[in-house]
Design a protein around this ligand. Structure first.
Ligand code: GAR
Length: 204
């Protein structure tokens, strides 16, 4: 059974989707830890509800990003996880961590990358006027929202959409895509060739 650790900064609905997929048996893995940079994150309440141990680091209590990331790296090593899932983790991960866990970290982003990386992706999509938005699950590399793409799901932008209504419709797809990508990873079905991630057929 693969070991998954989740990093989340806030509401944690994507973390919940991982927990639910594990309970449903569609993601055959164990969630061994929630790590958060925010002791007020609602994700912590969800972890307690699911019996998942929590490491809460208070980013704002650190003097430097380097000091925070040293503790984050230590916490991540301590998980002995096969896969780290960034589920609404809202900080750029430093190079010491991306190097240590290269190929073992995935992130969900609420846009069709490479469009609209960074914060407020759904607002960026509305303001740009695109007709199709969506979400992307990708491997994490040293850049911002820039690693090889595992899955993308399209969501139409409707005439009356605002940032909130679009975000809500994208979020429903995120909750499917993130556990699905984690399952492909855990089943050993991802083959990375440069920027391309090939999805291999199921092994039976
Ligand atoms: C999600 O929409 C996720 O895609 C986004 O934050 C939200 C977290 O929601 N992440 C990013 O924008 C990362 N660049 P959640 O806490 O309910 O899962």
């Amino acid at each position: 059974m693969k070991r998954i650790a989740v990093l989340a900064s806030g509401r944690g609905s994507n973390f919940q989707a991982i927990i639910d997929a594990i309970s449903a048996g569609t993601l055959r893995a164990e969630c061994v830890r929630l790590i958060t940079d925010n002791p007020g994150a609602y994700a912590i309440t969800r972890a307690k509800g699911a019996g998942v141990p929590v490491t809460a680091l208070d980013y704002r209590s650190y003097a430097t990003k380097g000091a925070y990331e040293a503790d984050l790296l230590a916490a991540m090593k301590d998980c002995r996880a096969d896969l780290f899932v960034l589920a609404g983790y809202m900080r750029i991960i430093g190079q010491a961590i991306t190097d240590t866990f290269a190929g073992k970290m995935i992130n969900i982003h609420p846009a069709l990358l490479p469009a609209f990386a960074g914060l407020h992706a759904q607002r960026q999509a509305i303001e740009y006027g695109v007709k199709v938005a969506g979400c992307t699950v990708h491997l994490v590399d040293g850049g911002m929202d820039s690693g090889p793409i595992i899955l993308q799901v399209c969501v139409p932008v409707l005439e009356d959409d605002d940032e909130d209504s679009l975000a809500e419709r994208i979020l429903a797809e995120e909750h499917q895509a993130l556990p699905a990508a984690a399952a492909l990873f855990c089943e050993g079905r991802l083959s990375v060739e440069g920027r391309r991630v090939r999805i291999l057929p199921p092994r039976d």
